[in-house]
Design a protein around this ligand. Structure first.
Ligand code: PCA
Length: 206
């Protein structure tokens, strides 16, 4: 089936008592922009494993994107974190990095145990560091909604091996630090610059 020229960018709703989620703030800022010949379509995703799978599934069917970049908040991270691995495990009761509880179960029954991101991670890290933006690769997106979205994106597009699909965790926005005085954070403007640079780099590969 013919593909659109859409670059699907997702961000999550605020959760855990926060007023904002930097991932949605940034996705919204990019919505409608032309980047490298593709048009960004931003979709807001509810915070929950099953809900995230449903939303990304619907967005893929509706927009037939050429690339997918999921964004999420991982409070406590010190840098833009490009996720390498998504696992077939869902724990509706934990947030990222809190570990996996006894209630964890497969996200999609019968599907592979894990997928690697289809992103040129070393290139992206280099591009970000060249712009003096702290960036790192992460080997775990947790077992909550962000991992669910990343896993489902990769699973549902598994036959399109050349299509860039991946996920980036963002630190707290500096404004959120008022509630988390000891946690690292990053200015939203820097995170926005980072995601725009990632999108431009990916659009060049298509
Ligand atoms: N972060 C959570 C869920 C939504 C979000 O922005 C996570 O890392 O799973």
């Amino acid at each position: 089936m013919a593909q659109s020229r859409i670059f699907l960018v997702t961000g999550f709703a605020a959760f855990g008592g926060e007023r904002i989620n930097p991932s949605w703030e940034i996705a919204l800022r990019l919505d409608g922009e032309e980047i490298g010949g593709l048009k960004v379509k931003s979709v807001k995703v509810p915070v929950g494993c099953a809900a995230a799978v449903r939303r990304i599934n619907a967005a893929i069917v509706r927009y037939r994107p050429r690339a997918i970049l999921g964004l999420g908040q991982a409070g406590g991270r010190t840098a833009i974190s490009i996720e390498k691995v998504a696992i077939n495990l869902a724990d509706e009761n934990t947030a990222a990095d809190d570990g996996v509880g006894a209630s964890a179960k497969p996200l999609i029954a019968g599907a592979p145990e894990a997928y690697f991101a289809r992103l040129p991670i070393p290139t992206l890290i280099r591009e970000l560091r060249r712009r003096e933006i702290p960036a790192q690769v992460s080997l775990s997106a947790g077992a909550y909604a962000c991992n669910a979205l990343m896993y489902a994106s990769l699973h549902l597009t598994r036959r399109r091996s050349a299509m860039p699909v991946g996920f980036i965790h963002l630190p707290y926005d500096a404004r959120q630090s008022a509630r988390h005085p000891n946690a690292p954070s990053m200015a939203l403007a820097m995170m926005e610059r980072a995601i725009r640079a990632v999108a431009e780099t990916l659009a060049c590969t298509i």
